[in-house]
Design a protein around this ligand. Structure first.
Ligand SMILES: [Zn+2]
Ligand SMILES: [Zn+2]
Length: 118
């Protein structure tokens, strides 16, 4: 079996799953992105290209109190999106620990090079 490459739905980083890694994964298992710590649940693991993930949430560290918390789709859809100083769209979420407002910036969809490169 070939190595399976998965694009992280959050940061676009390519995660490589070797045949052995994959053989140990079952639906319900969770993969964590090395790059942004997003958690993805395996929903299908058949064979070949038959592999699906569902984004669970993104673990982020509050810059204010240092506690880690999970940013879920739900939290994000409820969060207002504002434009930050450099023109990027950021979501404002509340830290569940200290209630600081935290700006979260997400990369545009893969393949869409929006705006000037950093
Ligand atoms: Zn990632
Ligand atoms: Zn906090």
């Amino acid at each position: 079996m070939a190595t399976l490459e998965i694009d992280c739905p959050v940061c676009g980083e390519v995660l490589e799953l070797g045949a052995e890694d994959r053989a140990q994964l079952h639906p319900g298992d969770v993969i964590v992105c090395d790059s942004c710590s997003a958690e993805m649940e395996v929903t299908r693991n058949g064979g070949g290209e038959d592999f699906e993930l569902e984004l669970l949430g993104i673990l982020t560290e509050c810059p204010s109190c240092g506690e880690e918390f999970e940013v879920t789709d739900e939290l994000l859809s409820a969060a207002p999106v504002i434009e930050s100083a450099d023109g990027a769209a950021v979501s404002l979420v509340d830290c569940p620990h200290c209630h600081a407002r935290i700006e979260l910036e997400f990369e545009p969809e893969a393949g869409e090079a929006a705006g000037p490169a950093r």
